[in-house]
Design a protein around this ligand. Structure first.
Ligand SMILES: NC(=O)c1ccc[n+]([C@@H]2O[C@H](COP(=O)([O-])OP(=O)(O)OC[C@H]3O[C@@H](n4cnc5c(N)ncnc54)[C@H](O)[C@@H]3O)[C@@H](O)[C@H]2O)c1
Length: 430
Protein backbone atom coordinates (compact mmCIF):
# COMPACT_ATOMS: atom_id res chain seq x y z
CA UNK A 1 0.00 0.00 0.00
CA UNK A 2 1.24 3.48 -0.91
CA UNK A 3 0.30 4.86 2.55
CA UNK A 4 2.58 2.40 4.32
CA UNK A 5 5.42 3.12 1.91
CA UNK A 6 5.03 6.87 2.52
CA UNK A 7 4.85 6.52 6.29
CA UNK A 8 7.97 4.34 6.33
CA UNK A 9 9.72 6.71 3.88
CA UNK A 10 10.13 3.76 1.56
CA UNK A 11 8.28 5.45 -1.28
CA UNK A 12 10.62 6.79 -3.96
CA UNK A 13 9.81 10.33 -5.06
CA UNK A 14 10.32 11.93 -8.45
CA UNK A 15 10.36 15.68 -9.01
CA UNK A 16 9.88 16.86 -12.61
CA UNK A 17 11.37 20.30 -13.34
CA UNK A 18 14.36 21.33 -11.22
CA UNK A 19 13.82 25.08 -11.16
CA UNK A 20 13.22 27.54 -8.33
CA UNK A 21 10.36 25.34 -7.12
CA UNK A 22 11.49 21.82 -7.99
CA UNK A 23 15.08 21.91 -6.74
CA UNK A 24 14.27 23.09 -3.19
CA UNK A 25 11.45 20.53 -3.09
CA UNK A 26 13.76 17.70 -4.20
CA UNK A 27 16.30 18.61 -1.50
CA UNK A 28 13.68 18.92 1.25
CA UNK A 29 12.12 15.57 0.33
CA UNK A 30 15.52 13.85 0.41
CA UNK A 31 16.51 15.57 3.66
CA UNK A 32 13.36 14.15 5.27
CA UNK A 33 14.48 10.60 4.49
CA UNK A 34 12.95 9.71 1.12
CA UNK A 35 15.06 8.62 -1.83
CA UNK A 36 14.40 11.17 -4.53
CA UNK A 37 15.00 11.49 -8.27
CA UNK A 38 14.99 14.89 -9.96
CA UNK A 39 14.13 15.06 -13.67
CA UNK A 40 14.78 17.94 -16.03
CA UNK A 41 15.00 18.39 -19.80
CA UNK A 42 17.83 20.94 -19.49
CA UNK A 43 21.02 18.89 -19.94
CA UNK A 44 23.33 21.72 -18.89
CA UNK A 45 21.41 22.32 -15.68
CA UNK A 46 21.35 18.60 -14.85
CA UNK A 47 25.10 18.26 -15.51
CA UNK A 48 25.81 21.08 -13.04
CA UNK A 49 23.42 19.68 -10.44
CA UNK A 50 24.96 16.21 -10.78
CA UNK A 51 28.26 17.76 -9.75
CA UNK A 52 26.44 19.05 -6.67
CA UNK A 53 26.43 22.64 -7.89
CA UNK A 54 23.28 24.49 -6.88
CA UNK A 55 22.33 27.59 -8.87
CA UNK A 56 19.73 28.74 -6.33
CA UNK A 57 21.05 30.80 -3.41
CA UNK A 58 18.58 29.29 -0.93
CA UNK A 59 19.92 25.79 -1.69
CA UNK A 60 23.38 24.99 -0.41
CA UNK A 61 25.67 23.18 -2.84
CA UNK A 62 27.24 21.36 0.12
CA UNK A 63 23.90 19.82 1.15
CA UNK A 64 23.01 18.94 -2.45
CA UNK A 65 26.41 17.33 -3.01
CA UNK A 66 26.11 15.28 0.21
CA UNK A 67 22.66 14.03 -0.75
CA UNK A 68 23.95 12.98 -4.18
CA UNK A 69 27.09 11.32 -2.77
CA UNK A 70 25.05 9.39 -0.20
CA UNK A 71 22.77 8.16 -3.01
CA UNK A 72 19.69 9.90 -1.55
CA UNK A 73 19.28 12.08 -4.62
CA UNK A 74 19.68 11.28 -8.30
CA UNK A 75 19.44 14.04 -10.89
CA UNK A 76 18.78 13.01 -14.46
CA UNK A 77 17.44 13.77 -17.92
CA UNK A 78 16.55 10.09 -18.34
CA UNK A 79 12.78 9.91 -17.89
CA UNK A 80 12.79 6.09 -18.06
CA UNK A 81 13.76 6.29 -14.36
CA UNK A 82 10.16 7.38 -13.73
CA UNK A 83 9.44 3.66 -13.58
CA UNK A 84 11.33 3.58 -10.25
CA UNK A 85 9.25 6.16 -8.40
CA UNK A 86 5.99 5.90 -6.44
CA UNK A 87 5.24 9.61 -6.08
CA UNK A 88 5.77 12.31 -8.72
CA UNK A 89 5.63 16.07 -8.17
CA UNK A 90 5.33 18.18 -11.32
CA UNK A 91 7.11 21.55 -11.00
CA UNK A 92 7.49 22.63 -14.62
CA UNK A 93 6.94 26.20 -15.87
CA UNK A 94 3.47 27.56 -16.65
CA UNK A 95 4.23 30.67 -18.71
CA UNK A 96 2.01 32.79 -20.93
CA UNK A 97 2.04 32.66 -24.70
CA UNK A 98 2.81 35.82 -26.68
CA UNK A 99 -0.91 36.61 -26.69
CA UNK A 100 -1.00 36.26 -22.88
CA UNK A 101 -2.82 32.92 -22.89
CA UNK A 102 -1.85 29.97 -20.64
CA UNK A 103 0.89 27.83 -22.15
CA UNK A 104 0.45 24.38 -20.62
CA UNK A 105 2.83 22.59 -22.99
CA UNK A 106 5.35 21.88 -20.22
CA UNK A 107 2.66 20.38 -17.97
CA UNK A 108 1.28 18.31 -20.85
CA UNK A 109 4.76 17.04 -21.70
CA UNK A 110 5.44 16.06 -18.06
CA UNK A 111 2.06 14.30 -17.81
CA UNK A 112 2.75 12.43 -21.06
CA UNK A 113 6.06 11.16 -19.74
CA UNK A 114 4.50 10.07 -16.43
CA UNK A 115 1.60 8.41 -18.29
CA UNK A 116 4.04 6.13 -20.12
CA UNK A 117 5.34 4.74 -16.80
CA UNK A 118 2.17 4.95 -14.72
CA UNK A 119 1.52 2.05 -12.34
CA UNK A 120 -1.16 1.16 -9.83
CA UNK A 121 -0.87 3.02 -6.50
CA UNK A 122 1.14 5.84 -8.07
CA UNK A 123 0.60 9.30 -6.53
CA UNK A 124 0.89 12.23 -8.96
CA UNK A 125 0.85 15.84 -7.73
CA UNK A 126 0.83 18.99 -9.83
CA UNK A 127 2.56 21.93 -8.12
CA UNK A 128 2.87 24.38 -11.03
CA UNK A 129 0.64 27.43 -10.66
CA UNK A 130 -2.27 27.23 -13.08
CA UNK A 131 -5.98 27.93 -13.61
CA UNK A 132 -8.66 25.92 -11.76
CA UNK A 133 -9.46 22.81 -13.76
CA UNK A 134 -5.97 21.99 -15.03
CA UNK A 135 -5.42 18.92 -12.84
CA UNK A 136 -8.80 17.35 -13.66
CA UNK A 137 -9.31 18.57 -17.24
CA UNK A 138 -5.77 18.48 -18.61
CA UNK A 139 -3.54 16.16 -16.52
CA UNK A 140 -6.11 13.49 -15.62
CA UNK A 141 -7.13 12.52 -19.21
CA UNK A 142 -3.48 12.24 -20.25
CA UNK A 143 -2.72 9.90 -17.34
CA UNK A 144 -5.86 7.84 -17.94
CA UNK A 145 -4.61 7.01 -21.45
CA UNK A 146 -2.69 4.33 -19.51
CA UNK A 147 -6.10 2.64 -18.95
CA UNK A 148 -5.63 3.07 -15.20
CA UNK A 149 -8.44 4.89 -13.38
CA UNK A 150 -7.63 8.11 -11.57
CA UNK A 151 -8.60 8.16 -7.90
CA UNK A 152 -8.89 4.38 -7.83
CA UNK A 153 -5.84 2.82 -9.49
CA UNK A 154 -3.64 5.87 -9.05
CA UNK A 155 -4.02 9.11 -7.11
CA UNK A 156 -3.93 12.65 -8.41
CA UNK A 157 -3.81 15.96 -6.56
CA UNK A 158 -2.86 19.61 -6.82
CA UNK A 159 -0.69 21.25 -4.19
CA UNK A 160 0.50 24.80 -4.87
CA UNK A 161 4.08 25.67 -4.10
CA UNK A 162 4.32 28.78 -1.93
CA UNK A 163 8.09 29.21 -1.97
CA UNK A 164 9.25 32.78 -1.46
CA UNK A 165 12.82 32.91 -2.78
CA UNK A 166 15.20 34.71 -0.45
CA UNK A 167 12.80 34.48 2.53
CA UNK A 168 14.83 33.22 5.49
CA UNK A 169 11.90 33.08 7.93
CA UNK A 170 9.37 31.10 5.90
CA UNK A 171 10.75 28.05 4.17
CA UNK A 172 9.20 25.10 2.42
CA UNK A 173 9.10 23.27 5.76
CA UNK A 174 7.33 25.87 7.91
CA UNK A 175 5.00 27.33 5.27
CA UNK A 176 1.61 25.60 5.53
CA UNK A 177 0.78 23.47 2.51
CA UNK A 178 -2.60 23.25 0.76
CA UNK A 179 -3.56 19.94 -0.81
CA UNK A 180 -6.63 19.12 -2.91
CA UNK A 181 -7.13 15.85 -4.76
CA UNK A 182 -9.44 14.79 -7.56
CA UNK A 183 -11.25 12.65 -4.95
CA UNK A 184 -11.06 12.27 -1.15
CA UNK A 185 -8.67 9.32 -1.33
CA UNK A 186 -6.23 11.28 -3.52
CA UNK A 187 -6.40 14.22 -1.07
CA UNK A 188 -5.75 11.90 1.87
CA UNK A 189 -2.71 10.24 0.34
CA UNK A 190 -1.20 13.46 -1.02
CA UNK A 191 -1.71 15.13 2.40
CA UNK A 192 -0.02 12.21 4.10
CA UNK A 193 2.92 12.60 1.73
CA UNK A 194 3.42 16.34 2.43
CA UNK A 195 2.99 15.87 6.18
CA UNK A 196 6.25 13.88 6.12
CA UNK A 197 8.27 17.03 5.44
CA UNK A 198 5.99 20.06 5.91
CA UNK A 199 4.91 21.13 9.41
CA UNK A 200 1.29 21.94 8.58
CA UNK A 201 -0.86 20.50 5.80
CA UNK A 202 -4.32 21.85 5.00
CA UNK A 203 -6.54 19.46 3.04
CA UNK A 204 -9.24 21.09 0.93
CA UNK A 205 -12.25 19.50 -0.73
CA UNK A 206 -11.00 19.45 -4.34
CA UNK A 207 -8.07 20.17 -6.62
CA UNK A 208 -10.02 23.14 -8.02
CA UNK A 209 -10.13 24.78 -4.57
CA UNK A 210 -6.36 24.25 -4.21
CA UNK A 211 -5.71 25.66 -7.70
CA UNK A 212 -7.92 28.71 -7.11
CA UNK A 213 -6.44 29.37 -3.64
CA UNK A 214 -2.98 29.78 -5.14
CA UNK A 215 -4.33 32.24 -7.70
CA UNK A 216 -6.18 34.15 -4.96
CA UNK A 217 -2.93 34.50 -2.97
CA UNK A 218 -1.00 35.90 -5.91
CA UNK A 219 -3.82 38.00 -7.36
CA UNK A 220 -4.40 39.50 -3.90
CA UNK A 221 -0.83 40.79 -4.07
CA UNK A 222 -1.15 41.92 -7.67
CA UNK A 223 -4.34 43.92 -7.02
CA UNK A 224 -3.06 45.54 -3.83
CA UNK A 225 0.24 46.47 -5.43
CA UNK A 226 -1.69 47.96 -8.37
CA UNK A 227 -3.76 50.00 -5.92
CA UNK A 228 -0.71 51.55 -4.24
CA UNK A 229 0.96 52.01 -7.61
CA UNK A 230 -2.06 53.97 -8.81
CA UNK A 231 -2.03 56.04 -5.63
CA UNK A 232 1.69 56.58 -6.18
CA UNK A 233 0.95 58.08 -9.62
CA UNK A 234 -1.63 60.41 -8.09
CA UNK A 235 0.62 61.35 -5.15
CA UNK A 236 3.41 62.14 -7.62
CA UNK A 237 1.10 64.59 -9.40
CA UNK A 238 -0.14 66.08 -6.12
CA UNK A 239 3.32 66.37 -4.58
CA UNK A 240 2.52 64.03 -1.68
CA UNK A 241 5.02 61.42 -0.45
CA UNK A 242 3.26 58.05 -0.94
CA UNK A 243 5.67 56.28 1.43
CA UNK A 244 4.76 58.58 4.27
CA UNK A 245 1.08 58.03 3.47
CA UNK A 246 1.48 54.25 3.71
CA UNK A 247 3.48 54.53 6.92
CA UNK A 248 0.75 56.69 8.44
CA UNK A 249 -2.07 54.37 7.31
CA UNK A 250 -0.15 51.36 8.68
CA UNK A 251 -0.52 52.66 12.22
CA UNK A 252 -4.14 51.46 12.12
CA UNK A 253 -3.99 48.26 14.16
CA UNK A 254 -6.84 46.52 12.31
CA UNK A 255 -8.31 46.33 8.81
CA UNK A 256 -5.24 47.61 6.95
CA UNK A 257 -2.28 45.78 5.48
CA UNK A 258 0.53 47.79 3.86
CA UNK A 259 1.60 47.18 0.27
CA UNK A 260 4.30 49.26 -1.36
CA UNK A 261 4.79 50.82 -4.78
CA UNK A 262 7.92 50.10 -6.75
CA UNK A 263 9.46 50.06 -10.23
CA UNK A 264 6.96 47.47 -11.52
CA UNK A 265 6.24 43.80 -10.96
CA UNK A 266 8.58 40.95 -11.83
CA UNK A 267 9.19 37.27 -11.29
CA UNK A 268 7.44 34.19 -12.47
CA UNK A 269 4.14 34.45 -10.59
CA UNK A 270 2.50 37.75 -9.72
CA UNK A 271 2.60 39.29 -13.22
CA UNK A 272 1.43 36.04 -14.89
CA UNK A 273 -1.22 34.48 -12.65
CA UNK A 274 -4.00 37.05 -13.20
CA UNK A 275 -3.94 36.25 -16.92
CA UNK A 276 -4.32 32.52 -16.21
CA UNK A 277 -7.51 33.20 -14.28
CA UNK A 278 -8.91 35.74 -16.77
CA UNK A 279 -8.42 33.26 -19.58
CA UNK A 280 -10.32 30.50 -17.76
CA UNK A 281 -13.04 32.91 -16.61
CA UNK A 282 -13.93 33.69 -20.24
CA UNK A 283 -14.98 30.05 -20.70
CA UNK A 284 -17.70 30.89 -18.15
CA UNK A 285 -18.70 34.20 -19.86
CA UNK A 286 -17.05 36.04 -17.03
CA UNK A 287 -14.73 39.05 -17.39
CA UNK A 288 -12.34 39.54 -14.51
CA UNK A 289 -12.06 43.24 -15.29
CA UNK A 290 -10.83 44.30 -11.87
CA UNK A 291 -8.02 41.74 -11.94
CA UNK A 292 -7.02 42.53 -15.53
CA UNK A 293 -6.95 46.23 -14.73
CA UNK A 294 -4.49 45.59 -11.90
CA UNK A 295 -2.24 43.65 -14.28
CA UNK A 296 -2.31 46.52 -16.77
CA UNK A 297 -1.70 49.16 -14.07
CA UNK A 298 1.37 47.33 -12.84
CA UNK A 299 2.70 46.78 -16.36
CA UNK A 300 2.70 50.53 -16.97
CA UNK A 301 4.83 51.41 -13.94
CA UNK A 302 8.27 50.99 -15.59
CA UNK A 303 7.14 53.61 -18.16
CA UNK A 304 6.29 55.96 -15.30
CA UNK A 305 9.73 55.39 -13.72
CA UNK A 306 11.41 56.34 -16.98
CA UNK A 307 9.26 59.45 -17.43
CA UNK A 308 9.95 60.54 -13.84
CA UNK A 309 13.65 60.03 -14.45
CA UNK A 310 13.39 62.20 -17.58
CA UNK A 311 11.66 64.92 -15.54
CA UNK A 312 14.37 64.85 -12.88
CA UNK A 313 17.11 65.08 -15.50
CA UNK A 314 15.31 68.01 -17.21
CA UNK A 315 15.26 69.87 -13.90
CA UNK A 316 19.08 69.69 -14.08
CA UNK A 317 19.05 70.88 -17.72
CA UNK A 318 19.88 67.38 -18.92
CA UNK A 319 18.20 64.90 -21.24
CA UNK A 320 18.47 61.14 -21.60
CA UNK A 321 20.59 61.41 -24.72
CA UNK A 322 24.18 61.02 -23.55
CA UNK A 323 23.30 60.99 -19.83
CA UNK A 324 24.97 58.32 -17.73
CA UNK A 325 22.49 56.28 -15.71
CA UNK A 326 23.52 53.61 -13.23
CA UNK A 327 20.77 51.07 -12.48
CA UNK A 328 21.26 49.75 -8.97
CA UNK A 329 19.86 46.23 -8.63
CA UNK A 330 18.38 44.35 -11.57
CA UNK A 331 16.73 41.28 -9.98
CA UNK A 332 12.96 41.30 -9.61
CA UNK A 333 13.18 41.54 -5.83
CA UNK A 334 15.78 42.01 -3.14
CA UNK A 335 18.43 39.49 -2.08
CA UNK A 336 17.85 36.95 -4.84
CA UNK A 337 19.69 36.21 -8.09
CA UNK A 338 16.69 35.94 -10.42
CA UNK A 339 16.04 38.53 -13.16
CA UNK A 340 13.03 36.81 -14.76
CA UNK A 341 10.46 39.41 -15.72
CA UNK A 342 12.34 42.02 -13.69
CA UNK A 343 11.13 45.59 -14.27
CA UNK A 344 14.84 46.51 -14.54
CA UNK A 345 14.93 44.83 -17.96
CA UNK A 346 12.06 46.93 -19.27
CA UNK A 347 13.46 50.12 -17.73
CA UNK A 348 16.97 49.53 -19.16
CA UNK A 349 15.46 48.79 -22.56
CA UNK A 350 13.47 52.04 -22.50
CA UNK A 351 16.53 54.02 -21.37
CA UNK A 352 18.68 52.54 -24.12
CA UNK A 353 16.02 53.47 -26.68
CA UNK A 354 16.23 57.04 -25.39
CA UNK A 355 20.00 56.89 -26.05
CA UNK A 356 20.99 57.07 -22.39
CA UNK A 357 24.34 55.53 -21.47
CA UNK A 358 23.21 52.76 -19.14
CA UNK A 359 25.31 50.66 -16.79
CA UNK A 360 24.28 48.55 -13.82
CA UNK A 361 25.46 47.17 -10.53
CA UNK A 362 23.99 44.08 -8.89
CA UNK A 363 25.85 41.97 -6.33
CA UNK A 364 23.97 38.86 -7.51
CA UNK A 365 24.14 39.30 -11.29
CA UNK A 366 27.35 39.58 -13.35
CA UNK A 367 25.96 39.78 -16.89
CA UNK A 368 22.72 40.97 -18.39
CA UNK A 369 21.40 40.97 -21.92
CA UNK A 370 18.72 43.51 -22.79
CA UNK A 371 17.35 43.55 -26.31
CA UNK A 372 20.57 42.06 -27.69
CA UNK A 373 22.79 44.48 -25.79
CA UNK A 374 25.22 42.86 -23.34
CA UNK A 375 25.88 44.64 -20.05
CA UNK A 376 28.32 43.72 -17.28
CA UNK A 377 27.84 44.54 -13.61
CA UNK A 378 30.18 47.40 -12.66
CA UNK A 379 32.24 47.81 -9.51
CA UNK A 380 30.40 50.15 -7.19
CA UNK A 381 33.30 52.56 -6.68
CA UNK A 382 33.17 56.24 -5.66
CA UNK A 383 34.57 57.08 -9.13
CA UNK A 384 31.73 55.26 -10.89
CA UNK A 385 29.09 56.96 -8.73
CA UNK A 386 30.64 60.41 -9.25
CA UNK A 387 30.61 59.89 -13.01
CA UNK A 388 26.84 59.23 -13.16
CA UNK A 389 24.19 61.81 -14.03
CA UNK A 390 21.70 59.77 -12.06
CA UNK A 391 21.58 56.55 -10.02
CA UNK A 392 18.31 54.66 -10.36
CA UNK A 393 17.59 52.25 -7.51
CA UNK A 394 15.45 49.42 -8.89
CA UNK A 395 16.20 46.61 -6.41
CA UNK A 396 16.90 47.25 -2.72
CA UNK A 397 19.42 44.47 -2.01
CA UNK A 398 20.32 44.59 1.66
CA UNK A 399 24.07 44.14 1.13
CA UNK A 400 24.53 47.34 -0.92
CA UNK A 401 26.52 50.09 0.81
CA UNK A 402 23.86 52.82 0.56
CA UNK A 403 25.92 55.29 2.56
CA UNK A 404 28.54 55.17 -0.16
CA UNK A 405 25.86 55.51 -2.85
CA UNK A 406 24.44 58.63 -1.21
CA UNK A 407 27.86 60.17 -0.48
CA UNK A 408 29.22 59.97 -4.04
CA UNK A 409 26.13 60.28 -6.27
CA UNK A 410 24.86 63.61 -7.50
CA UNK A 411 21.26 62.51 -8.12
CA UNK A 412 19.30 59.41 -7.09
CA UNK A 413 15.84 58.19 -8.03
CA UNK A 414 14.82 55.68 -5.36
CA UNK A 415 11.95 53.41 -6.45
CA UNK A 416 12.08 51.33 -3.24
CA UNK A 417 12.35 54.00 -0.55
CA UNK A 418 15.48 52.24 0.69
CA UNK A 419 17.12 55.63 1.34
CA UNK A 420 14.29 56.86 3.58
CA UNK A 421 16.64 57.48 6.49
CA UNK A 422 18.99 59.71 4.52
CA UNK A 423 17.94 63.31 4.53
CA UNK A 424 19.40 64.67 1.32
CA UNK A 425 17.84 66.74 -1.45
CA UNK A 426 19.56 64.76 -4.17
CA UNK A 427 17.45 61.72 -3.25
CA UNK A 428 14.09 61.64 -5.04
CA UNK A 429 11.69 58.94 -3.87
CA UNK A 430 9.37 57.58 -6.52
N1 LIG B 1 9.60 30.74 -8.62
C1 LIG B 1 8.71 30.91 -7.68
O1 LIG B 1 8.93 31.70 -6.76
C2 LIG B 1 7.40 30.15 -7.69
C3 LIG B 1 6.63 30.13 -6.52
C4 LIG B 1 5.45 29.41 -6.50
C5 LIG B 1 5.03 28.74 -7.65
N2 LIG B 1 5.76 28.78 -8.80
C6 LIG B 1 5.28 28.03 -9.95
O2 LIG B 1 6.01 26.82 -10.05
C7 LIG B 1 6.21 26.45 -11.42
C8 LIG B 1 7.68 26.30 -11.73
O3 LIG B 1 8.32 27.55 -11.53
P1 LIG B 1 9.88 27.72 -11.39
O4 LIG B 1 10.10 29.10 -10.91
O5 LIG B 1 10.47 26.60 -10.63
O6 LIG B 1 10.31 27.57 -12.93
P2 LIG B 1 11.79 27.39 -13.51
O7 LIG B 1 11.76 27.92 -14.88
O8 LIG B 1 12.78 27.93 -12.53
O9 LIG B 1 12.02 25.83 -13.55
C9 LIG B 1 11.32 24.95 -14.31
C10 LIG B 1 12.23 23.80 -14.71
O10 LIG B 1 11.46 22.86 -15.43
C11 LIG B 1 12.25 22.37 -16.49
N3 LIG B 1 11.38 21.79 -17.50
C12 LIG B 1 10.69 22.42 -18.48
N4 LIG B 1 9.95 21.52 -19.14
C13 LIG B 1 10.18 20.32 -18.61
C14 LIG B 1 9.71 19.00 -18.85
N5 LIG B 1 8.81 18.78 -19.81
N6 LIG B 1 10.17 18.00 -18.10
C15 LIG B 1 11.07 18.25 -17.12
N7 LIG B 1 11.55 19.46 -16.82
C16 LIG B 1 11.09 20.48 -17.55
C17 LIG B 1 13.08 23.55 -16.94
O11 LIG B 1 14.23 23.14 -17.63
C18 LIG B 1 13.39 24.21 -15.60
O12 LIG B 1 14.60 23.72 -15.04
C19 LIG B 1 5.51 27.53 -12.23
O13 LIG B 1 4.20 27.11 -12.48
C20 LIG B 1 5.49 28.71 -11.29
O14 LIG B 1 4.43 29.60 -11.58
C21 LIG B 1 6.96 29.46 -8.82
Amino acid sequence: MIEEKIKRKQAKVGVIGLGYVGLPLLVEIAKSGFKAIGFDVDEKKVAELKRGKSYIIDISSRILKNLITQGDVIVTTDFSLLSRVDVVCICVPTPLSKTKEPDLNFVIDAADRIGQKLRKEHLIILESTTYPGTTREVVLPILEKSKLKAGKDFYLAFSPERVDPGNKRFTLKNTPRIVGGINPRSTKIASLFYSQFVEKVISVSSCEVAEMSKLLENIFRCVNIALVNELMLLCDRMGINIWEVIEAASTKPFGFMPFYPGPGLGGHCIPIDPFYLSWKAREYDFWTEFIELSGKTNENIPYFVVSKLSRILSSKQKSFCGSKILVLGVTYKRDIDDTRGSPALKIINLLLKEKAIVSFFDPYISNLEVNGQKLKSQNLTPELLKEMDCVLIVTDHSCIDYEKVVRYSSLILDTRNVLKNFNDEKIIPI
